[in-house]
Write a protein that binds this ligand. Structure first.
Ligand code: AMP
Length: 392
């Protein structure tokens, strides 16, 4: 897939309707983590430096089409001004026409677009109202691209559209991992439940050469293979679905790597007494909280032979020590191989970023997506409406 970027657009003297994700955490009227704001700076600065006028469109929380004072984007203005180093003109959508008329080469921020009932309905009239405010559309909010909303989808049809810097970076990384990846490709999928990742697993077995299944969801696969899993987190009702995924993998030639040894405990607590046993030997009164060292070595060997890695979800209950060992070891192997130039590694979704940070491995990965739901839908092979709307 190809898409236009800011470099393809003539921005001078143009108003650029720029969809951003500044849905930041706020406490007592102050932004407590500016990561999302910091990440849009290159796009906004590029538009300003090209003598354009960035008109920022964003959502904040879930006001569901109503004005909710506590969810006004006004709270983000000081943090935006600090990150950009220029003043930001804040306006309601109703007053936006007047504001943008007088803004020349200045940053404008429009009030929470989800105050508008038409936003989540992808309403063409709302999209037209937004389009009337500018000349060019730039989407820099990959994390909102899995939603067909007026500001992410309908609006893109009404003006020449391009990807912002952050969106382009994300799409390039994702294309490298699942679009036209260097093979062999290995996917690591962990986390709590199979039920939330069935579509993702079904898609991956048709795309990747090796699929490592870990975390609580591996228990469902072990149970489906007839092994006892004691008191472990396990979705027994999904045994059929797990078997179908194993059969699919056999048909497509995808090697599935399940734990061959497991770390078991009698209570779910940090530093609970634990032992490592074979995957088919989980005692009736125990629960599985991590993969064992033999499994970690098999994953390491698989990574060492791979050229591309895509990772979502921890391999164990990584929040409580020492059940973060498998996740940490595999993440560190991936980071080392990436730094050596042997592996392209892309990770994201849910708790993955926290798990890789905790492993001290996040910096070593080629790309870490903070997009959550959009990243998972992309791993599921779904078309993201906000990305499809940018395709050339
Ligand atoms: P997810 O949001 O699906 O990526 O799941 C992440 C959660 O799965 C984390 O809170 C982990 O503690 C949890 N998890 C991973 N492995 C296990 C396990 N064997 N038993 C219970 N919870 C687990």
């Amino acid at each position: 897939m190809s898409w236009k970027t800011l470099d393809h657009m003539h921005l001078s003297g143009k108003r650029v309707l720029t969809r951003v994700d500044i849905n930041v955490p706020v406490e007592n009227g102050r932004v407590t983590d500016t990561t999302r704001i910091d990440r849009i700076v290159p796009t906004v600065q590029h538009i300003l430096e090209s003598s354009g006028t960035p008109i920022l469109i964003a959502h904040f929380g879930r006001p569901k089409g109503q004005v909710v004072d506590a969810l006004s984007l006004k709270v983000t203005v000081p943090a935006l001004e600090a990150a950009l180093g220029v003043p930001v003109k804040f306006t309601s959508l109703d007053n936006a026409r007047e504001t943008v008329t007088f803004a020349k080469n200045q940053v404008v921020l429009i009030e929470n677009i989800r105050f508008e009932p038409g936003e989540e309905r992808n309403d063409p009239q709302l999209a037209q109202r937004l389009a009337d405010l500018g000349d060019i559309y730039c989407n820099d909010a990959f994390s909102a691209a899995h939603r067909a909303h007026a500001s992410t989808e309908a609006l893109a049809q009404l003006r020449p559209a391009c990807a912002g810097r952050l969106m382009a970076e994300e799409l390039t990384a994702l294309e490298a991992a699942l679009g036209k990846p260097e093979r062999p490709v290995v996917a690591v999928v962990g986390g709590a439940k199979v039920s939330s990742k069935l579509d993702l697993l079904s898609n991956l077995v048709g795309q990747v050469d090796h699929l490592v299944i870990g975390g609580g969801m591996a228990n469902t696969f072990l149970a489906a293979q007839g092994h006892a899993v004691g008191k472990s987190l396990c979705e027994h009702a999904l045994a059929d679905k797990a078997q179908r995924i194993l059969q699919q993998a056999q048909a497509t030639g995808c090697e599935i790597i399940l734990p061959s040894d497991i770390v078991v405990v009698r209570e779910f607590a940090a530093h609970a007494p634990h032992e490592t046993v074979a995957a088919e030997a989980c005692p009736d009164d125990a629960m599985i909280l991590d993969a064992g060292p033999e499994t970690v070595a098999r994953i390491g060997a698989c990574l060492a032979r791979a050229r591309t890695l895509i990772w979502n979800g921890p391999l164990g209950a990584f929040e409580i020590q020492p059940f973060d060992r498998a996740t940490n070891a595999a993440a560190q192997s991936a980071a080392t191989l990436t730094k050596m130039g042997k592996l392209i590694s892309v990770a994201g979704g849910g708790d993955t970023v926290a798990a890789l940070n905790q492993a001290g491995a996040a910096d070593g990965f080629s790309y870490i997506s903070t997009a959550g739901g959009a990243f998972l839908e992309w791993m599921e092979g779904k078309d993201l409406p906000g990305v499809a709307a940018l395709a050339t």
